[in-house]
Ligand binder design. Structure first.
Ligand SMILES: Cc1cc2nc3c(=O)[nH]c(=O)nc-3n(C[C@H](O)[C@H](O)[C@H](O)COP(=O)(O)OP(=O)(O)OC[C@H]3O[C@@H](n4cnc5c(N)ncnc54)[C@H](O)[C@@H]3O)c2cc1C
Length: 326
C-alpha cells in the first residue's frame, strides 16, 4: 500500500470493484479498501446477474478482485474509520485523507464510496439467524428458489400487502401475518382474499428452525404455523459513519410516509454534495440490485476519471502558462 493514490474506493463488492475496474483501465492509481461484508453475504447465490446467474456472493467478489488487479488496482482488507478533506494538490482544489482501522492513513485525489447498506431487521426472535436463507425480503432475489412452497409474509409496513401479492405470484401457499390491523384496510383484505392469500391477524412471536432450516413461526398464542420460508421487510441503513468528517450524512428515504431506508444523495454520475467524493451502489440507492450496483460503480468510476482528466488539464495549462511567462 502506498501513501497516496488517484482514487481510494471504500468498499470492494459489486459497486466498488466496478468503479475500480474502470479506473484501473483508465490508468489511475487505485486503492480499494474492503471490510468484506457484502449485504447479500448470507445468501447462497446472487440472482439476476446476467452472465453469472446464481454465483455465490464471495465468488463474485473474488472474480472482481482478480479482474481489477489485472489493471493495477490494489485491494486491501480493512475498514475505513474516518475521512477528511485535505487542501488538494497544486491546481487541483480537492483532496482527501482516510484512516483505516489498522491506523494507516492514506491520501487520494478523489474518493468513491461503495460501502453498501446494513439491513435492520424486524425484532422477532429467531428471524436474524435465518436472514438471507429461510427469511427472505426480495421476490426477485429468492422467489424462484421458494416457488410453490409454503411462504409466510410478515406484514409490518404499508408495503406488506404488496409484498404478499409479489410472493403469491410464486406460490399458491401464501400466508400473511398482520401485526398491525391498520396496515391492511378492507380493500386490501378483499384483494388478499381474491388471490387466495390466508390472513392471520396475530403478531409472530418467534421464527422456528430445526437443524438450520426454517420450519415455521410461533404466534403469541403459542399456535405454530408450519412454513418453508418467511418474507420480511428490512430497513436498509447506508454505511456512512466514517464520512462524518466530510460533513456527508445519509438522508431518510420514504415510500409515501413510510421510511424504508437511508442513503447518500448523488447526482446521476454519482457525485455527492462534497466535490470529489462519489458514491455508488446501495449506499446511494438502497433498491439497487447487484447488477444495478455494478452499473452505478462503473458510472461513478468513469465520472471520477473524467473529473481527474479536467484537473490534469488545469495543471498542464498552469504549467504551460508558467513556462510561457518565464
Ligand atoms: C439477503 C440478501 C440477498 C440478496 N440477494 C440478491 C440477489 O440474489 N440478487 C441481487 O441482485 N441482489 C441481491 N441483494 C441485494 C444486494 O445485496 C445488493 O444489491 C448489493 O450487495 C449492493 O452492492 P454494493 O457493492 O453497493 O454493497 P455491498 O455488497 O454491501 O458491499 C459493500 C462492501 O463495502 C464494505 N464496507 C462497508 N463499510 C466499509 C468501510 N468503512 N471500509 C471498508 N469497507 C467497507 C462492506 O464490508 C462490503 O464488502 C440481496 C440483499 C440481501 C440483503
Amino acid at each position: 500500500m502506498r501513501d497516496h493514490y488517484d482514487v481510494i474506493v471504500i468498499g470492494g463488492a459489486a459497486a466498488g470493484l466496478s468503479a475500480a475496474l474502470v479506473l484501473g483501465r483508465s490508468r489511475r492509481s487505485v486503492l480499494v479498501v474492503d471490510a468484506g461484508e457484502p449485504r447479500n453475504a448470507p445468501s447462497a447465490g446472487a440472482h439476476n446477474y446476467l452472465g453469472r446467474e446464481g454465483v455465490a456472493p464471495a465468488e463474485l467478489s473474488a472474480i472482481g478482485r482478480d479482474e481489477v488487479a489485472a489493471y493495477g488496482a490494489e485491494v486491501t482488507a480493512g475498514r475505513i474509520v474516518a475521512a477528511s478533506a485535505t487542501t488538494g494538490d497544486g491546481t487541483d482544489p480537492v483532496g482527501f485523507s482516510v484512516t483505516l482501522d489498522s491506523g494507516a492513513v492514506v491520501t487520494a485525489r478523489r474518493l468513491v464510496v461503495a460501502s453498501g447498506a446494513v439491513d435492520v431487521l424486524p425484532e422477532v426472535p429467531g428471524l436474524a439467524e435465518q436472514w438471507g436463507r429461510g427469511v427472505v425480503h426480495c421476490p426477485f432475489c429468492h422467489g424462484w428458489e421458494i416457488r410453490d412452497q409454503r411462504i409466510g409474509v410478515l406484514v409490518t409496513t404499508p408495503n406488506g400487502v404488496h409484498h404478499a401479492l409479489m410472493f403469491r405470484a410464486l406460490s399458491e401457499h401464501v400466508t400473511a401475518f398482520v401485526t398491525d390491523p391498520s396496515l391492511v384496510d378492507d380493500t386490501a383484505r378483499a384483494g388478499l382474499a381474491a388471490r387466495g392469500i390466508t390472513v392471520v391477524d396475530a403478531p409472530v412471536a418467534r421464527v422456528l428452525s430445526s437443524h438450520g432450516k426454517l420450519t415455521g413461526v410461533e404466534l403469541g398464542s403459542g399456535e405454530v404455523v408450519e412454513l418453508d420460508a418467511l418474507a420480511a421487510a428490512s430497513t436498509a441503513e447506508a454505511r456512512v459513519d466514517f464520512l462524518a468528517g466530510l460533513g456527508l450524512v445519509a438522508t431518510d428515504q420514504f415510500m409515501g410516509d413510510f421510511r424504508y431506508a437511508s442513503a447518500l444523495t448523488v447526482d446521476p454520475a454519482g457525485q455527492t454534495s462534497v466535490r470529489g467524493v462519489y458514491a455508488a451502489g446501495n449506499v446511494a440507492n438502497p433498491m439497487a440490485t447487484v447488477i444495478a450496483s455494478a452499473a452505478a460503480g462503473t458510472q461513478a468510476g468513469a465520472a471520477t476519471h473524467g473529473d481527474l482528466v479536467q484537473a490534469d488539464l488545469a495543471a498542464a495549462l498552469a504549467t504551460a502558462g508558467a513556462r510561457a511567462g518565464a
